[in-house]
Design a protein around this ligand. Structure first.
Ligand SMILES: [Fe+2]
Length: 288
């Protein structure tokens, strides 16, 4: 999978490290089909109630100003009804993913929690874009966006030691951070992320988005639209400086995706404003 492999040893160590990552929570695998088949609230409650951390987050969000005006929530069941299927699965996904983003990603010169903030931001922006272009599979796009940089949660440990080498390469050879990761470490965060997503048995479409979120032109045609969505959402969030670290500005951006998705400068301003409002409302409830 690697484009280059300088020593082989380091890349083996990195992959071994990724293999140790705990499996993706089973609650998501159990919940997805229930939500898709519009199962009764009782059945959904039965799955969530055994995960106290998730149940607490579901209740907290349903009591937030976003929902509390419409419903008075006194139980998990009330909370599930108040959120509705789409919001519920998003909260559960966010709460489950948060666990993997804990710790300090010093490798990319990010503050603690910044990579998580970036991931949630890209997920919210993707959601806004999916509504805008009426993309059908909103939950898949949201999941892919949430996990697009999952490779960084492992790679940051190894980037730390090689950081100077990577930066020097970016500056001297005028290459982007992604290419430098590959040249110095033998693997980039997209490739590593795809390995993790595969190991978690996530659907092919999510593996593909994680693998090509910086290079949507390289993904197989059937997954191109969704990859472009996450690519553009990532670029918009990065343009606001949210959790992009030193590599943010040296990542490739496929300018043509903006025209392909019919996003004019005026529209992107509108999207950013909508994002601001939603991010403000959701931030504290999404899993820190
Ligand atoms: Fe990335």
């Amino acid at each position: 999978m690697q484009d280059t492999n300088p020593s082989g040893k380091l890349v083996d160590k990195i992959i071994e490290h990724a293999e140790e990552l705990p499996p993706f929570p089973r609650i998501v695998q159990k919940l997805m089909p229930l939500i898709q088949s519009m199962a009764p609230v009782k059945e959904i409650e039965a799955v969530i109630q055994y995960d106290p951390a998730i149940a607490a987050r579901v209740i907290a969000l349903s009591r937030s100003p976003l929902y509390a005006r419409k419903y008075s929530v006194t139980s998990l069941r009330d909370a599930i009804v108040a959120l509705g299927n789409k919001e519920l699965i998003k909260v559960v996904l966010a709460a489950c993913s948060a666990r993997y983003f804990q710790g300090t990603p010093t490798g990319y010169d990010l503050r603690e929690g910044e990579l998580w903030e970036h991931s949630v931001s890209v997920a919210i922006m993707t959601d806004i874009l999916t509504e805008h272009i009426k993309f059908k599979n909103a939950v898949t796009a949201y999941t892919a966006a949430l996990l697009h940089d999952i490779g960084k949660t492992i790679l940051h440990f190894h980037v730390k030691d090689e950081f100077e080498n990577i930066l020097t390469m970016v500056k001297k050879e005028r290459i982007n951070f992604l290419d430098a990761e590959r040249r110095v470490l033998g693997i980039d965060h997209q490739q590593l992320g795809a390995l993790i997503a595969k190991k978690w048995n996530l659907p092919d479409v999510i593996v593909a988005v994680v693998r090509f979120h910086h290079q949507p032109e390289k993904v197989v045609p059937k997954f191109r639209q969704i990859t472009k969505l996450v690519h553009v959402a990532n670029a918009l969030v990065t343009s606001m400086g949210i959790g992009c670290g030193v590599d943010g500005l040296t990542q490739p951006f496929a300018e043509t995706t903006l025209t392909e998705l019919k996003i004019s400068p005026k529209l992107s301003e509108k999207l950013l404003a909508e994002f601001g409002a939603r991010f403000h409302d959701l931030k504290e409830f999404l899993g820190k």
